[in-house]
Design a protein around this ligand. Sequence first.
Ligand code: C2E
Ligand code: MG
Ligand code: MG
Ligand code: MG
Length: 290
Amino acid sequence: RAKKLSGNNFKFYSYNDGEGSINPLELEMELYKAIDQDQLFLQYQPKLNLNTGKIVGVEALIRWEHPNLGLIPPGVFIPIAEESGLIIPIGEWALHVACKQNKIWQERGFNTVVSVNLSAIQFNQPNLIHTIKAVLQKTGLEPRFLEVEITESMTADFESTVSMLQELKKIGVRISIDDFGTGFSSLSYLKHFPVDILKIDQSFVRKLHNNPNDGTIVKAIISMAHNLNLKVVAEGIETKEQLIFLQNHLCDEGQGFFLSKPLMANELELKYSSIEQIVEDNGVPWDVKE
Ligand code: C2E
Ligand code: MG
Ligand code: MG
Ligand code: MG
């Protein structure tokens, strides 16, 4: 993310479609057209309560399907969007689409929370609050059904981060800290941030069963979060063993390919007709701790 933005890292993002790499400047030119030409869309990855297996939220994840280049991953084009300033209209587009979709779900009785990832560039825009309010008003979504995901290294400046978070809190949207454990923020800052949720970065979850230190880190994050009255979400759950470890250590919620991949809105509706529906069990006894 932001910390990777130094210009000399450009080769890092050059996108290879299998026929040689495309230079980021070309990709930027293509990205300019992407919104107008309907090449961007969102997928939604379910977030489950790890005790019950029920969907408690969905994370909106942006996708870019280029007519010639195919599907370009956000890890490739988000940094280009940030570098070029295009992240502002793209971010607003994503916020709008996610809220509009969730409003439709609310009306159908699928009462889920949608989380939208915010880039550091968006977070540092003084009019972010205005944008969020306008999107909520336009789509009619109640603020409590929107969550924003920020990362630890969003601003250099503690004061302005706190005041932005307080503004968000005032609107009534939920705030989560994404990729927790990978940034540089001091843990003592955390208690001054009016956030609701910590998302343990998937790198710790991935290594749970081959590196004992990661188990220790995950356990420490869970207990610290609970001491601060925050909910904890584990990202990147790919195996049953990881899931069971997290359940046993009282992690509240989880996301990952083992539970569900990101889905198109209509796929999600087909699979989960109600939030009462338990996500396919994959052999996991969900009710074990209910
Ligand atoms: P993130 O917010 O941490 O999102 C989680 C990423 O992990 C997603 O990748 C998701 O598809 C992937 N993932 C979920 N479960 C698993 C799993 O079990 N294993 C593995 N290996 N991966 C899993 P994706 O969709 O490629 O997004 C990458 C990043 O791009 C996101 O990381 C987020 O930082 C950024 N991003 C995505 N959509 C948006 C957006 O609308 N706005 C902004 N600013 N950033 C976005
Ligand atoms: Mg996220
Ligand atoms: Mg993450
Ligand atoms: Mg990430």
